[in-house]
Design a protein around this ligand. Structure first.
Ligand SMILES: [Fe+2]
Ligand SMILES: [Fe+2]
Length: 204
């Protein structure tokens, strides 16, 4: 093991000095979240077993490029890029998994859309997969309902096109750095209850 470590083997034996040491190591680890997120996305380029014409990284990039082209704000672009990052570790609830990564840093509206996009995508796939295409209706009272419909229609369901020229992963670095550098759970950027919706679609 590298570096200084605590002495305790059980938490109940820890001291203040131990926790001071752990705290000093946590901050740089937290700051490296961006690197781990980008590594995970990059790894999705090696996953071709889904059967789609493009791999998962290109789906994410295509989705984020469409959001960027529409003039979407940072939160939407980050959501578009990371909305399926849970595919590998949480294939049965990948939307909630991704939302928890983003929740401390994004507007509540955007996090909600990421958390629920799986149900809303059934609008397109449900009739072919023995799922209810109207699953999203149970969320119709949410202020974020229409935003999720729009996210899926304009950026998610449309982003499986092998001919689409998406922007490269590096080009999203500034957006992702900015998001993860925000103060976690700061009400100023969570903007609870606020509905901004998606920007108007860019001219095709
Ligand atoms: Fe998804
Ligand atoms: Fe997706």
């Amino acid at each position: 093991m590298n570096g200084e470590t605590v002495a305790f083997a059980q938490m109940k034996d820890a001291t203040q000095a131990d926790y001071d040491l752990l705290s000093s190591k946590f901050q740089p680890y937290r700051e490296a979240t961006v690197e781990r997120v980008l590594e995970t996305l990059q790894r999705q380029a090696t996953e071709r077993e889904s059967g789609h014409q493009i791999h998962r990284l290109d789906h994410a990039l295509q989705c984020a490029t469409r959001a960027r082209a529409d003039g979407a704000d940072l939160d939407w672009i980050a959501a578009a890029l990371l909305h399926d990052i849970g595919d590998g570790l949480a294939p049965m609830n990948h939307d909630r998994f991704a939302a928890e990564i983003l929740r401390p840093f994004l507007r509540e509206e955007v996090t909600w859309v990421v958390a629920h996009h799986g149900a809303f995508q059934l609008t397109y796939s449900g009739e072919f997969t023995d799922r209810d295409p109207n699953t999203r209706e149970q969320f119709s009272d949410s202020p974020y309902y229409q935003s999720c419909i729009d996210f899926c229609e304009r950026w998610d369901q449309s982003s499986f096109d092998p001919r689409y020229a998406n922007d490269p992963l590096d080009s999203f670095r500034v957006e992702i750095d900015t998001i993860f550098a925000r103060m976690p759970f700061d009400p100023g950027h969570l903007r609870a209850g606020e509905v901004l919706g998606l920007p108007s679609a860019a001219a095709q």
